[in-house]
Design a protein around this ligand. Structure first.
Ligand code: NAD
Ligand code: UFG
Length: 336
């Protein structure tokens, strides 16, 4: 049983490849390495002791996608490939629409042409915008604050239209909350290029001395300590959710959205303190201005994934920090 993983060399994709291989699936990766390196896949193989098949391929390249489906009998696709930097998407929105939306359409066309109609799509909690918390899957989506977030919303809508046009499709929209952490081997983890945008990779680079100071974006929110609240989820728990979602697709589950989060909210200061405890390093930080577009607080109601996928998050915030620090210290210069 072969699964095609687009973007499989990336942060979440690589952890998912590990879980798929360990669960006994055959894995085919398509990645253009625009935000990753092939060595990540060597590490996936080292962790699992199994091999995967790899294509250096761009999802926007129809002939490259067709070739993969012609050379492999693919049962389902897990679609991670995409650009993901919220700030960058406001500066170069067309690149985001072209890569994420157009690229997804090309992928879906190729799937349809080869009779592969099972897909798990990497969506985001950002599609909920400003809704009451905890977010539930039945809440309205689309009030999104960035071009990046709109690409996720538009792709969800495209998949919805596809399903309504042909109910043979099985589609799982996984709305991730804030993935952090790393595989406990320390071989794979989040390895952003340049200065990180997201909290956890920023913290870990401050802790290892590669960045001087963390700025906490806003200390005057109406939250318990004035800093923003998010739902952090260990990337290994998130990866396991994909294995559960793929199994469910095989039952012909139709079109479903699932929140993939811990269901608990932690503030930025909670994360700083948990990281200090896990690493033994005192972090330098200042409270700065709010970051435009940040919501004060959100977290998941993940009970649907629990009920229908049999999945729930198992790893706590201390483990997320410990594994992040382990990856950072074992790979001070990233993965080459
Ligand atoms: P990542 O950048 O580490 O991984 C994405 C992978 O896709 C990279 O290996 C990149 O080289 C590849 N890629 C990009 N465009 C491609 C294209 N046109 N053709 C082929 N490969 C391409 O990102 P990630 O954190 O692993 O995120 C994976 C998915 O999950 C993305 O779609 C992202 O938007 C979504 N997501 C991420 C987060 C998060 O906080 N990390 C939150 C919600 C949703
Ligand atoms: N933060 C700081 N300082 C930093 C970086 C972040 O204080 O240097 C704060 C942010 O203000 C926010 C929290 O840390 O309160 C988390 O920020 P991240 O940038 O790590 O994550 P976001 O919640 O902004 O965004 C993440 C993903 C998006 C996704 C969104 C909703 O990066 O892809 O969650 O799921 F769309």
């Amino acid at each position: 049983m072969k699964i095609l993983v687009t973007g499989g060399a990336g942060y979440i994709g690589s952890h998912t490849c590990v879980e798929l291989l360990e669960a006994g699936w055959e894995v085919v990766v398509a990645d253009n390495y625009s935000n990753s390196v092939p060595a990540v896949l060597d590490r996936v193989e080292a962790i699992t002791g199994k091999t995967l098949q790899r294509y250096e391929a761009d999802i926007r390249d129809r002939s490259a996608m067709d070739r993969i489906f012609e050379e492999n009998e693919i049962q389902a696709v897990i679609h991670f490939a995409g650009l993901k930097a919220v700030g960058e998407s406001t500066r170069i929105p067309l690149a985001y629409y072209e890569n994420n939306v157009y690229g997804s359409v090309v992928l879906f066309e190729s799937m349809a042409a080869h009779g592969c109609k099972n897909i798990v799509f990497s969506s985001s909690a950002t599609v909920y915008g400003n809704n009451p918390i905890p977010y539930e899957e039945t809440m309205p989506v689309g009030d999104v604050s960035s071009p990046y977030g709109r690409t996720k919303y538009f792709i969800e809508e495209i998949l919805g239209d596809l399903y309504r046009s042909d109910p043979d499709w099985s589609i799982s929209l996984l709305r991730y909350f804030n993935p952090i952490g790393a595989h406990e081997s320390g071989l794979i983890g989040e390895d952003p290029n340049g200065i990180p945008n997201n909290l956890m990779p920023y913290i870990s680079r401050v802790a290892i001395g590669k960045l001087p100071l963390l700025t906490v974006f806003g200390g005057d929110y109406d939250t318990k300590d004035g800093t923003c609240i998010r739902d952090y989820i260990h990337v290994v728990d998130l990866a396991k959710a994909h294995v559960c979602a793929v199994r469910k697709l095989m039952d012909g589950s139709g079109l479903q959205a699932y929140n993939i989060g811990n269901g608990k909210g932690y503030s930025v200061l909670d994360i700083i303190h948990a990281f200090e405890k896990a690493s033994g390093v005192k972090l330098s930080y200042v409270i700065g201005d709010r970051r435009p577009g940040d919501l004060p607080a959100f977290y998941a109601d993940a009970s649907k994934a629990n009920r229908e996928l049999g999945w729930c998050a198992a790893l706590d915030i201390d483990k997320m920090c410990l594994d992040t620090w382990n990856f950072q210290t074992k790979n001070p210069d990233g993965i080459h």
